[in-house]
Design a protein around this ligand. Structure first.
Ligand code: AGP
Length: 597
């Protein structure tokens, strides 16, 4: 259960556990809907135990989040039990065939077909090994699954294609998981299953094979990963704790980058010469990480003066990839496990371009698969809504843009030091803004904003991607609909939405020219009796005077304006979600890390 709880970041729609009872070698199992604590409660009522067991926490892909669809799944005889991550894309076709041959199904999942297919193939093959070789020839998609069988009570079958799977080698015991964090503290010896491989594992023996059945050499690594338990330290939610950790996390990130200043290109898997010749940069990510990349696009273009292209990783694989020499592909991901981003990286690597992971997790799949990496120092982020990972990504990308500019001799060492100093100043401002408005938000504003069911968020230039991030935060934790536009786009259509029930948030910009345009856009809304809340900078009096509510932020360097607003925006939306009594740390339907495409 401890191991499973560490994997709950991959999903918390349901959970289940199965093991082979040592006395009769029969499979026993318990499943529960919802979060892992429901399974723990079930296990207290109906204890099961054994020497070989598998468990799973699910993020629903096929079929509702019910007990029926919770893993593990079984074959007809309930003699084979399977847990699975990923998606079997041709499950419909396989299911029809299995139904025709008399199999009966008890869930709506794609996973269950694997158990039935394995059941029928095991009957026609002399060995498990040849049954697995045959099995994988039928399966399309990405998958990592583990099977246990009554016939072989001391063995597990592991199969991996694209989704991660690793074996922790203990003393007369083995651990298998999608992430080695699950068994951190039990063993540091790890074997990461190569792509398109399978393994037969016993407590003291591992066999490893390619999908075609030929033996694979085993590469056991010693990896130092620890698991620390993180308490809320007096905060009501992890999200609030993490909002307040941002100042320290930005400091730690800048300090860390400062210490690796001279060896950063080695860490990133490139040479100083590559950087000098760099004439474009490509950024990819999903969700909040994509928004951080969007903001960073302005850093690379304005500070290093090279074109930056931003890619939504979930779309990337379906778009034409134009080969660009002297380019760098930076994948941005808090977890380093997001399947869409990983698939993007694999595509880029297949074309022999350099890939760099910007991530918060040193033991992640992305760090292993990319040519190099940059680590943010946010510390473990538990709340599903990204907060400190977003601000540290922005800080790291701002630092990187300056570091590239230094290598290209666009800026001086003194300017590089100033950039680091500016980040530390903004980290201070980020926290001070929360403190300045905390009481008003808790006592007044949270209640007022909680009454709206829809909002429009506007920004311009760098504050537009920030508006996108703000809308994502509000939707994800408070379930309030919010849509974002570059402020100048409002008049091209969405202005029609303005009425007394619509709240518009405007995120200003320190630059005087961009600011004036924002003021004009706000006036267009006020002329139609719309309600407007602004995040404005000090001295932006015209804007402060025309809006209904203004949160005023101290002046910072224009490119760091959004970072300065980050804490206050997150705190305000946290307070709204709290007012609405939402499950803030684990919002419905979501997972901290989305490991399917
Ligand atoms: C944001 O609050 C979300 N948790 C989500 O958008 C997240 O940023 C996205 O799924 C990408 O995750 P990653 O950074 O771990 O790759």
């Amino acid at each position: 259960m401890e191991g499973l709880s560490r994997l709950e970041y991959r999903g918390y729609d349901s959970a289940g556990f199965a093991c082979i009872h040592p006395e009769d070698n029969r499979l026993r199992y318990v499943k529960a809907e919802g979060k892992l604590h429901n399974l723990v409660a079930q296990l207290e009522l109906f204890p099961v135990d054994g020497f070989t067991g598998i468990g799973h926490t699910r993020w629903s892909t096929h079929g509702a989040s019910s007990v029926r669809n919770a893993h593990p799944h079984f074959d007809c005889e309930k003699a084979i039990s399977i847990v699975h991550n990923g998606i079997i894309e041709n499950h419909n076709e396989l299911k029809s065939r299995l139904l025709q041959t008399g199999h009966s199904f008890h869930s709506d999942t794609d996973t269950e077909i694997v158990a039935h297919l394995f059941e029928s193939l095991s009957k026609t093959h002399k060995t498990f090994k040849s049954a697995v070789v045959d099995l994988v020839s039928y399966l399309q998609g990405a998958y990592a699954f583990i099977a246990i069988m009554q016939d072989q009570p001391d063995m597990m079958v592991l199969v991996r294609k694209r989704s991660p799977l690793c074996i922790g080698i203990g003393d007369d015991e083995m651990f298998v998981a999608s992430d080695m964090l699950a068994f951190a503290g039990k063993t540091n010896k790890v074997l990461f299953l190569p792509d398109e491989s399978f393994s037969l594992v016993r407590k003291d023996m591992i066999e490893l094979y390619y999908f075609d059945g030929t033996s694979l050499p085993m590469q056991v690594q010693e990896v130092q990963v620890s698991w620390d338990t993180y308490e809320k330290q007096g905060h009501d939610h992890y999200m609030l704790k993490e909002i307040y950790e941002q100042k320290g996390a930005i400091h730690d990130t800048v300090d860390f980058l400062h210490t690796v200043h001279d060896r950063i290109w080695d860490n990133m898997g490139v040479t100083a010469q590559d950087i000098v010749q760099l004439n474009s940069i490509n950024l990819l990510g999903c969700g909040t990480s994509w928004h951080a990349g969007y903001i960073a696009q302005f850093f690379f273009e304005q500070i290093c003066m090279i074109p930056a292209r931003l890619h939504l990783a979930s779309e990337f694989r379906h778009m034409p990839l134009f080969a660009q020499s002297n380019s760098l592909y930076v994948a941005i991901s808090q977890s380093g496990e997001t399947a869409d981003t990983l698939e993007g990286i694999r595509l880029i690597k297949s074309m022999s371009f350099a890939t760099v992971a910007l991530t918060n997790v040193s033991s992640s799949t992305m760090v292993r698969e990319c040519d190099g990496f940059i680590l943010t120092q946010a510390g473990r982020e538990i709340a599903v809504a990204s907060t400190k990972s977003f601000s540290t990504q922005i800080a790291a990308l701002y630092w990187l843009a300056n570091r590239i500019a230094l290598e290209k001799k666009i800026i001086t060492s003194a300017q590089m030091e100033q950039a680091e100093e500016d980040l530390l100043v903004v980290a201070e401002i980020l926290e001070n803004c929360i403190e300045n408005y905390k009481m008003q938000i808790m006592q007044t504003y949270a209640k007022q904003y909680a009454q709206y069911s829809k909002m429009i968020f506007l920004g311009r230039h760098i504050s537009y991607p920030f508006a996108l991030e703000a809308a994502l935060k509000l939707k994800e934790i408070a379930y309030i609909f919010a849509t974002s536009y570059p402020a100048g786009e409002l008049k091209h259509g969405p202005l029609a939405l303005i009425d007394a029930d619509m709240m518009t948030f405007v995120f200003s910009h320190p630059d005087p020219i961009v600011y004036q345009k924002i003021v004009s856009n706000v006036q267009e809304i006020k002329a139609r009796d719309g309600k407007v809340t602004a995040f404005a900078f000090e001295d932006q009096q015209q804007l402060i005077d025309i809006v209904d509510v203004a949160f005023v932020i101290p002046r910072v360097k224009p490119l760091l304006g959004s970072l300065a607003m980050t804490g206050l925006m997150q705190f305000l939306f946290y307070a709204i979600a709290k007012e609405l009594d939402c499950p803030i740390d684990k919002p419905r339907n979501l997972a901290k890390s989305v490991t399917v495409e």
